[in-house]
Design a protein around this ligand. Structure first.
Ligand code: ZN
Length: 260
């Protein structure tokens, strides 16, 4: 493993330090659990707003650090306002586990107002907000390249995943070769062929089929369900060097925002 930094207190401290740059950083309670979530706001809330999250799985550490670097280095397009969730699973992050301290996968808990303390906190905070776009940053243990999930409503063609793959190619960062044998981590019984079309570096998702299939919705699908037009999920390969994974997330965010 080539992971450079993993301490949650360091991450939280570095986010609070961004207040000096005008980033509005606060902590919100997770009702029913002894922990808080960091949330950061940038820009005027009357502007079209982009939501960005990382760390919903606690064992994917490059994503939260990449998100921090994106904000700190001013890579966010100023045409938009931002609501940012720096690390959606602090207890899993500290323990190095995919799930939270209660053993729940938060990214399967965004149905029915949220079925984990973390999802409830996010959905409550987002209740009156509308988003132009949501980005969710992950890592994949088994991949050796990067890839993006692009859910498509009926009749839509992929817009963002080709741009992300091109940006990766330009930078010489490998995009994942995806074939029908690639493990997308689906529960047993899922018919992946009915829901997903894979290309190099991209999983094109039939949004309606996936919403029907998931018992507990991932945050990205729940956001689309609530009207967000585009919700992208990006995965970096955890076996690859830390710096490459950080760079890949930065490319993902900037390529997508530039095209939005
Ligand atoms: Zn993940």
């Amino acid at each position: 493993m080539h992971d450079a930094r993993t301490d949650y207190d360091d991450l939280a401290r570095e986010w609070r330090a961004l207040r000096a740059l005008g980033v509005r950083v606060r902590e919100i309670a997770c009702v029913g659990a002894p922990r808080t979530l960091l949330v950061a706001e940038i820009g005027d809330a009357s502007a079209p707003t982009v939501a960005i999250s990382a760390g919903v799985h606690g064992d994917e550490p490059a994503a939260p650090w990449a998100l921090l670097s994106i904000v700190r280095d001013g890579l966010l397009d100023p045409r938009f306002a931002y609501r940012i969730w720096p690390c959606l699973n602090p207890s899993g992050y500290v323990a190095g586990t995919r799930s939270n301290a209660e053993g729940q996968d938060i990214n399967r808990s965004f149905s029915r107002g949220g079925t984990t303390p973390e999802a409830r906190a996010v959905l409550t905070a987002n209740r009156d907000r509308r988003f132009l776009l949501t980005l969710d940053m992950h890592e994949d243990f088994e991949a050796d390249g990067c890839y993006v999930y692009e859910p498509l409503r009926p009749g839509f063609s992929p817009k963002f995943s080709p741009l992300v793959v091109r940006a990766l190619d330009d930078a010489g960062i490998p995009a994942q070769a995806l074939g029908d044998d690639f493990d997308l981590g689906l529960p047993a019984g899922f018919d992946a062929g009915a829901m997903y079309r894979v290309e190099r570096g991209a999983v094109l998702v039939d949004y309606e089929a996936e919403v029907r299939a998931f018992e507990g919705l991932p945050g990205s699908l729940a956001s689309m369900y609530r009207g967000t037009p585009v919700a992208l999920t990006f995965e970096t390969p955890r076996p690859r060097p830390w710096q490459e994974r950080i760079a890949a997330h930065r490319l993902f965010a900037t390529a997508v925002l530039a095209a939005s």
